[in-house]
Design a protein around this ligand. Sequence first.
Ligand code: GLN
Length: 202
Amino acid sequence: MAGSSNSGAPRIGVLALQGAVSEHLDAVRAARAVPVAVRRVDQLAGLAGLIIPGGESTVIGRLAQEHGFVEAIPKEAARGMAVWGTCAGLIFLAKDIKGGLPGQPRLGLMDITAVRNGFGRQVDSFEADLAVGGIGGRPFRGVFIRAPYIEQVGAGVEVLAEFDGKVVAARQGRLLATAFHPELAGDARVHRYFLGMARKTP
Ligand code: GLN
């Protein structure tokens, strides 16, 4: 199967240009997939899924554009690679951005409007227990750091979690977006959920 390693475990990339990369690599390993730190577009070949980490969306966007990822990721997504954006990654994945820099590079793959720094700036970082659809069981500890929220979702988008009346997790087919940082929660359930998305044959 495309995207599988020799052991049969799916290969999951983490876009490693800037941001919370190593925590995601560890969480992918904890979810029993094979993590790949992706720095060049040729490393996208054969991935079952790609995680775009938190960090700074303007920086990730600029570096991604310089390295050819803004063209390459949508192509791989069209052949079936699942894509998950966390925090800054959510902004980079969104069709529309409010509060971004003019011309800020983005993938524009997911039919959502992201409100950048929607919960306020660094001082407004916080944690909250969330009911996240699809992961089952007890609440998930959401770590929010200068987090965006999702203001509008298109017809094909399923809302997975809300906080304070705002959408903070959503899915559209093989695309996943979380405003918080599941890689910092010490709980691999959202990573396992993404693995389930990535495993399904498109
Ligand atoms: N506010 C940041 C941005 O605009 C996102 C913060 C984060 O990823 N923790 O990209």
